[in-house]
Write a protein that binds this ligand. Structure first.
Ligand code: HDD
Length: 693
């Protein structure tokens, strides 16, 4: 455990000076505490004369506003955060000495989910990787597990990261597109970089269209190490498994969500926590040793590779619960600074060259973003355990160390002064001393290990582990994205040539969808092998038939049956879902029993893409009115097109007919069958609705 400073002669952590902003005074003051008499009018020379430079109240207020924004993150700029607790539920002291893993230990956490490519003000639902960054405030210092919702990455070496970022972000000359990879420069670069192929498979799958942050997995991506009290190390991969199961939207739904609600996922997270429906994930570990690592056809230090769960099962060792929304978005979600280099004793890095580069980048970027090396003093970043050392000064220093002890070693204690904290070889972080690289020569080489050369086997593994519907989505996304390559004719050809190494059927579907000839297979640095399919890689095979955490939109109008409405609302609630009543007017509708039912949302502003299933409760007259309302027809048509359950009163049939609904297992009456169906998606419906690649 980190040594606790004994006296006040040095900076001490956890006591970062915090004020509640201007809320701790009844009187409005300036930032320097001067009471303000008038917050409506600037100081003028006469009632209609010029404003005076002397007006320090005006100048301070405008000056502060002018500087309210800070540079946004170069990647992962748009994010949503929340506080929570991690509880260790299994004893792994044989593997790690980290206090955070002591069975029963509860550790405060802050989590930030994000998209990658878009700016801070971009939408929540583009096709994009999601960041899943967790800061554990452990009693031995902060541990930041800065992962994604995908277990592999685009590149193998950190030296390529700036190229990836430049290629995917908006194009340098035109400043678009925002938050999307479907453009020339991304595919130009990706098609020239075969090591991206595995990640591209994930990116083109529905993994990049999560229904909610609460319904996606998280991964530490790299191989790390766990180190026990004896100093013995094991390799580890970290996984987050969502308690609500995996669920994604489909592409058309994601596009329409962008139109319906820019903040769809931020709102979803905030509202769930606000309502006490605390999202939970289990932390899982895959543990393996050097012998296992050496026996695999891939290198465990290569971040473009995963370890199939069938080969090394995921052992659940703790639970993360998000139970508190931030009080202030800027102070917490914007200023939180994650550092993969934040690691407590008992966990260690591997030699993964991508991870090694990250250890530099994040520390550096926080200085540029937050403007000071003292960003660790910002409350959301400060350790919750005591911390102290001899680092001093710098911009925005908020700690006030006393005395002369600002160097080590010192003999001030002999003089009766406080000498300050000292290193401790027993409790301090000690890098595990074990070679992990197959090449242990120690020669300085600017080189990629031969063991990183296979770029296609795991891409093939991923594709072949998907359901037919998921494969069709992947092929269609490649077609869509490559169709958006407008000026570089060579790119689609080159990409499909790479895909021929993954799966010829996939390559053919993409070539067909693009209307190009199947190109010759690209030469592979190493010939791909077939690996046994892994069910863990499919979303559809890991969904849960549940309404928990989901929303059902219930469309009503004047004359809707009060009994049917009450039954649906009660049944959805019993299934732990949320019924949201939608009506043409937000004031609601007069039901069959003559009572006025208030609506939660107005029809035009509450389209069905924001729901997981819909119930259409309409009288004959109500239906006759709504068949002429495009928003109502689209409500049904999109629910059907997005493969959702539709429960409808018999008298609502004309609206279903107008929306082109053809009966299937997902189309029910307003009865028990509806709530069961509402917990599912009907992927079998899709081939009859759209031409997939
Ligand atoms: Fe990164 C942010 C995840 C590779 C450099 N990254 C960032 C965030 C996440 C990840 C979730 C947002 C953290 C937050 O919410 O504030 N990054 C990853 C994963 C990677 C990865 C899972 C590969 C396994 N990143 C990576 C590399 C580099 C960076 C190789 C540079 C060498 N990442 C950054 C950064 C960011 C960042 C530029 C931008 C904002 C920040 O750090 O705090 O330093």
């Amino acid at each position: 455990m980190a040594k606790t400073p004994k006296s006040s002669s040095k900076a001490s952590g956890g006591e970062t000076h915090q004020t509640a902003g201007n809320l701790d005074t009844a009187v409005l003051t300036t930032n320097h505490g001067v009471p303000i008499s008038d917050n409506q009018n600037s100081l003028k020379s006469g009632s209609r004369g010029p404003t005076l430079l002397e007006d320090f109240v005006l100048r301070e207020k405008i000056f502060h506003l002018d500087h309210e924004r800070i540079p946004e993150r170069i990647v992962h700029a748009r994010g949503s955060g929340a506080h929570g607790i991690f509880e260790a539920t299994d004893d792994i002291s044989d593997l790690s000495r980290a206090a955070v893993f002591t069975k029963g230990e509860k550790t405060e956490v802050f989590v930030r989910f994000s998209t990658v490519a878009g700016g801070a003000g971009s939408v929540d639902t583009p096709r994009d990787v999601r960041g899943f960054a967790v800061k554990f405030y452990t009693r031995e210092g902060n541990w930041d597990l800065v992962g994604n919702n995908i277990p592999v990455f685009f590149i193998q070496d950190a030296l390529k990261f700036p190229d990836l970022v430049h290629a995917v972000k908006m194009e340098a000359d035109r400043g678009y597109p925002q938050a999307g990879s479907a453009h020339d420069t991304f595919w130009d670069w990706a098609s020239l970089m075969p090591e991206t192929t595995h990640m591209l498979m994930w990116a083109m799958s529905d993994r990049t269209l999560p229904r909610s942050f609460r319904m996606m997995e998280g991964f530490g991506v790299h191989t790390f190490k766990l180190v026990n009290a004896k100093g013995e190390a094991h390799f580890v991969k970290f996984h987050w498994k969502p308690r609500l199961g995996l669920q994604s939207t489909i592409w058309d739904e994601a596009l329409k969500l962008q139109a319906a609600d820019n903040d769809y996922q931020r709102r979803d997270l905030f509202e769930a926590i606000d309502a006490g429906d605390f999202p939970q994930w289990d932390l899982g570990i895959q543990i393996f040793d050097e012998a296992f690592a050496n026996a695999q056809p891939y290198d465990v230090l290569d971040a473009t590779k995963l370890i199939p769960e069938e080969d090394v099962p995921v052992r659940l060792i703790g639970t993360l619960t998000l139970n508190r929304n931030v009080d202030n978005f800027f102070a917490e979600t914007e200023q939180v600074a994650f550092l993969p280099s934040n690691i407590p004793p008992g966990i260690d890095f591997s030699n993964d060259p991508l991870l090694q580069g990250r250890l530099f980048s994040y520390l550096d970027t926080q200085n540029s973003r937050l403007g000071t090396t003292n960003f660790h003093q910002i409350p959301v970043n400060a350790p919750r355990c005591p911390f102290g050392n001899f680092q001093r000064d710098g911009k925005m220093q908020t700690m006030v160390p006393k005395g002369r002890a600002n160097y080590e070693p010192n003999s001030l204690a002999a003089h009766g002064e406080e000498g300050g904290p000292r290193e401790n070889q027993d409790t301090g972080f000690a890098t595990v001393n074990a070679a992990t690289s197959p090449d242990e020569s120690g020669d300085k080489l600017r080189i990629r290990s031969e063991t990183f050369a296979d770029h296609y086997s795991q891409a093939r593994l991923f594709y072949r582990s998907q359901t037919a519907s998921e494969q069709a989505h992947i092929a269609s996304s490649f077609v869509f994205e490559l169709s958006k390559v407008e000026q570089l004719d060579q790119v689609p050809d080159r990409m499909v040539a790479n895909l021929r190494n993954v799966d010829d059927d996939l390559a053919r579907r993409v070539a067909d969808g693009l209307g190009i000839d199947l190109p010759k297979k690209a030469p592979a640095a190493r010939a791909p092998i077939d690996m046994p399919p892994s069910d863990a890689l499919s979303i559809h095979k890991n969904m849960q038939a549940t309404l928990e955490g989901r929303k059902v939109g219930v469309l009503i109008a004047d004359g809707s049956d009060a009994g049917e409405l009450a039954a649906v609302v009660a049944a959805v609630k019993k299934a732990k879902g949320k019924a949201v009543i939608v009506a043409p007017k937000v004031g609601g509708a007069k039901l069959s029993d003559g009572k006025q039912q208030k609506a939660d949302g107005q029809l035009a502003g509450s389209p069905s893409q924001i729901f997981d299933a819909v119930a259409i409760i309409l009288s004959k007259e109500g239906c006759a009115m709504l068949v002429n309302e495009a928003a109502a027809v689209e409500f049904v048509m999109n629910a059907y097109g997005h493969l959702k359950a539709i429960g409808a009163s018999a008298t609502a049939q004309p609206l279903l007919d107008k929306a082109g609904v053809v009966p299937d297992a997902g189309i029910t009456g307003i009865d028990g069958a509806f709530v069961k169906a509402a917990a599912l998606r009907f992927y079998d419906r899709e081939p009859s609705l759209r031409i997939l690649a």
